[in-house]
Write a protein that binds this ligand. Sequence first.
Ligand SMILES: [Zn+2]
Length: 307
Amino acid sequence: MKITRRSLLATSGAAILSSTLPRRGWTETRVELDGGIEILTLSDGNLTLPAEFIFGPMPGDELAAVLARFDMDPSAPLTPPCNITLLRHGDTLALFDAGSGTAFQSSVGALPDALAAAGIDPLDITHVIFTHGHPDHLWGALDDFDEALFADATHMMGRIEFDYWMDDATVESIGAERASFAVGAKRRLEILADDMVLFDDGASVLPGVTALLTPGHTPGHMAFVIGEGAQAVMVLGDAIGNGHIAFARPEWTSGSDQDPEMAAATRGRLFAQITAADMTVIGFHLPGGGIGRVVQGSDGFTFQPEM
Ligand SMILES: [Zn+2]
């Protein structure tokens, strides 16, 4: 496995005007696996979330102590990065998640700019593989005219996840805080449904890429394992949803998970699997571009971005 970081801005040429540059706080991280598989992450921008969206159910005193390690204030708004994973293998150019698009928050939706800076046309994308149906992962699949932005791509989603968001009962059961997520997901999935390929736990979604049901954040959330053995890279989506508390206290329930108990159990299983195999991970909301290693310490885990 070869991991490199470089400045995308410095290598994409002077022809790109500064006004069109993606909002990006890090250099591009690129992982090359044996067999010609190349993986990189692109920034869709940063979300802005109230602190209680994640920290609400957590014990205040201990929370403050853990966050102090990260120079974080427990009451300050959170600005998690959004990292889209791009896999290139032969003629395949696959995105894992599609970002937020322009209808969710103003600080996200930069993926089209990031693709342009990398010299990739949306029509070059062959597959869009969703981890789950939340706005920051799904809504960017459509353009401002409600048509598929990646018009030539095969769109793929876990069957449980797709059925959950397509169910008319979900908007009633999901709670007022996320009702707009349900309406927004159903509307977009109805547009994409005819060409959507559904898959189940353990499915090979691409050659060498295996789906892993990781429920809790949403009912049918999927992570993906690319490659095997010491070469393996896990695309986590939001199954491990931040680089601070989710690593330091994976057993704590988080307000950002739809089934917090189930999500905590999933995190426990994932950390065991990742550390046993010493896998590289890619997290949608992890810092430094989202690609890194998991380090087990005496007091929880830490995320070490690849440098
Ligand atoms: Zn997310």
